[in-house]
Design a protein around this ligand. Structure first.
Ligand code: UD1
Ligand code: CA
Length: 456
């Protein structure tokens, strides 16, 4: 059956104690709701409907390009009422999968299994087993093991409260029947809410098979209500991603101290030291070695390159066999060819560096194009900004800049030029020559050091 997904996300999330709506709180760098939308998308549904309420405009605004249909639930009268709001948009031939916007780690594999249990005359119900059932709804089964109904914790009797199989809230049901059931829901319960869970008993009464699936892991059905639960799922994510990387051959110094917040593509024999943070799309070639404390965002690093401790690399394309850091920083849009060395306290921004070029200590390389084998001396600054506009600097092959030189852009430096230490160059530097642009050293004969005046 074609699939329509309904994601419930109208809850207030007061326990987050945050100005940011709950479903926009980031997990692994992505809003909770975005995780659910992304997983839903992997099922190739006809449509994804998000039922929103509290902080709604902010949620819509943040996820505007997520390609979902937005349905406002106002007022909030319960999960059954929430799903009903989406039903006018869903045709009778569809299978409806209900997900929660605050249950971010639900897996595609589990959902695929659940969907397979549902059909025109059957319903799939995702449950979980837990010893701490607390406020969850309980799945009540008959003597033969068949599911009879779901009872909310607030409405359960002592015997039902002892049940350890709980409702996750996730279910898959045929739209035609679900529509009928939802319209018949009442709110004669302890919370005066329209419970989605009441459709289970209705299905049983209509002789529709209710097929339960017990979630294989607890983390994928856990919801997030406060920052402690958010951190718990973040750590679950951390374990999952590190585990997958290790099985794919990456050496991870400590899986508890690696954060991967986006798609990471890697070659063989990659090493990730402790406290590495990977964000966005990152590609690491064969044999890449990332030292401790590095943050790498939306970047590519070529085979054999070694990144030493505490580097921040943002939107850079780093070639093979480079040495980076320790303590190097790449601001967006830089491209390094093969064998480039960027050393400690060097900042590189919007620049291209040719094969074998080096800036080993304390330098700023901005808005510039360096040829091959250029050596940027310690303390060299490329002054790219005149206070109003940025200008480019073009440096030919085999140029050496002396320590503490300032290259004022726009500027060209010819191949093989040497710039003397302490120079401030503002005009084009000719190829193959030594350019000195500093005051000459003078020795003053007969000069006397002043002496302190005597107090009268
Ligand atoms: C619900 C289930 C319960 C299950 C539990 C799992 C019902 C009646 N109960 O409990 O059996 O064990 O989830 O967490 O379904 N929401 C809306 N609109 C509403 C109400 C809720 O969009 O009017 C959304 C919330 O944002 C949340 C989800 O639905 O994402 C569940 O709501 P919540 O109040 O957390 O769950 P319970 O009703 O307590
Ligand atoms: Ca509730």
């Amino acid at each position: 059956m074609p699939l329509s997904v309904v994601i419930l996300a109208a809850g207030e999330g007061k326990r987050m104690k945050s100005a940011l709506p709950k479903v926009l709180q980031p997990l692994a760098g992505r809003p909770l709701l975005k995780h659910v939308i992304d997983t839903a998308r992997e099922l190739h549904p006809t449509a994804v409907h998000v039922v929103y309420g509290h902080g709604g405009e902010q949620v819509r605004g943040a996820l505007n390009d997520a390609g979902v249909s937005w349905i406002r639930q106002q007022p909030r009268l319960g999960t059954g009422h929430a799903v009903l709001q989406a039903m006018p948009q869903i045709a009778d031939d569809q299978l409806v999968l209900v997900l929660y916007g605050d249950v971010p780690l639900i897996s595609r594999a589990t959902l695929t299994q659940l969907i397979a249990l549902a059909g025109p005359r059957s319903l799939g119900l995702l449950s979980m087993r837990t010893d701490t059932a607390g406020g969850y709804g309980r799945v009540v089964r008959g003597a033969n093991g068949r599911v009879l109904r779901v009872v909310e914790h607030q409405d359960a009797n002592a015997r039902e409260l002892k049940l350890t199989e709980c409702n996750t809230g996730v279910l898959a049901a045929p739209a035609a029947l679900l529509r009928r059931w939802l319209k018949r829901l009442g709110n004669a319960n302890s919370q005066r809410e329209y419970y989605l869970t009441d459709v289970i008993a209705m299905a049983v009464k209509d002789k529709i098979a209710v097929r339960p699936l017990v979630a294989p892991t607890l983390t994928e059905v856990l919801g997030v209500n406060d920052k402690a639960q958010l951190a718990y799922l973040e750590s679950a994510w951390r374990q999952q991603t590190a585990h997958a990387l290790m099985l794919a051959g990456v050496t991870v110094a400590d899986p508890a101290r690696l954060d991967v917040r986006g798609p990471l593509t890697h070659g063989a024999d990659v090493f990730l030291d402790v406290n590495v943070v990977i964000e966005g799309r990152v590609v690491l070639g064969d044999g890449v070695h990332i030292g401790p404390g590095c943050v790498i965002r939306d970047s590519e690093i070529g085979a054999g390159t070694e990144v030493f401790a505490y580097c921040v690399i943002d939107r850079a394309l780093i070639g093979p066999d480079c040495n980076i850091g320790p303590f190097a920083r790449f601001r967006p849009s830089s491209m390094l060819a093969r064998g480039v060395h960027i050393g400690n306290f060097v900042e590189v921004k919007n620049s291209q560096l040719g094969d074998g070029s080096k800036a080993n200590h304390l330098a700023y390389v901005g808005d510039s194009e360096l040829g091959k084998r250029v050596n940027i001396g310690a303390g060299t600054i490329i002054a790219n900004y005149d206070g109003a506009n940025k200008h480019r600097t073009v440096i030919g092959d085999d140029v050496h800049t002396g320590s503490n030189s300032v290259l004022v852009a726009p500027l060209t430096v010819g191949a093989g030029a040497t710039i003397a230490a302490g120079s401030t160059v503002i005009d084009a530097v000719p190829a193959g020559k030594l350019t000195v642009a500093r005051a000459r050293q003078q020795v003053i004969e007969g000069w006397q050091r002043p002496v302190k005046a005597r107090k009268p």
